[in-house]
Design a binder for this molecule. Structure first.
Ligand code: THU
Length: 141
């Protein structure tokens, strides 16, 4: 599959996840889809809770799907909303993304209007604290 088709597949999966979002409190639905190292696309949606702080974002839920499939190396993540302003991943999700994607891994935010923006993981979270930091194996830039 060429790169454009790959993004399309991932966007479609994120859109399907969006439709399943459980967001009765914020009404702000989000879908996300990760491309794993083996080429599989896994998705997740945001899941809110009456105890608001327990909400889990779509990005972290799609990464959890990859982990349960034994896929710990993720190539890219797509975030899909139906907002006119593109939705960037929250800070907590950036940290979890930095755990499982390489620094040059891509994160795309897209919407129902076909607008999109992509970032690298390093752009979203420069000087991230990662597993390498625990080994003293990373230089501050
Ligand atoms: N949310 C996500 O799922 N991903 C993001 O990138 C931003 C925020 C969710 C959390 C909450 O359910 C709702 O959107 C509003 O913050």
């Amino acid at each position: 599959m060429n790169i454009k088709e790959q993004w399309k597949t991932q966007i479609f999966a994120a859109k399907e996840a969006y439709a399943k979002a459980y967001a009765p409190y914020s009404k702000f639905q989000v879908g996300a889809a990760a491309l794993t190292e083996s080429g599989e696309v896994v998705s997740g949606c945001n899941v809110e809770n009456a105890s608001y702080g327990l909400t889990v974002c779509a990005e972290r839920n799609c990464i959890a799907q990859a982990i349960i499939k034994g896929e710990r190396n993720i190539q890219s993540v797509v975030v899909y909303t139906e907002q006119e302003v593109l939705t960037p991943p929250c800070g907590a999700c950036r940290q979890v993304i930095a755990e499982f994607l390489p620094e040059n891994g891509k994160v795309m935010s897209t919407n129902h209007l076909g607008e999109y923006k992509t970032w690298t993981v390093a752009e979203l979270l420069p000087n991230a604290f990662t597993p390498k930091s625990l080994l003293g194996d990373i230089e501050i830039k």
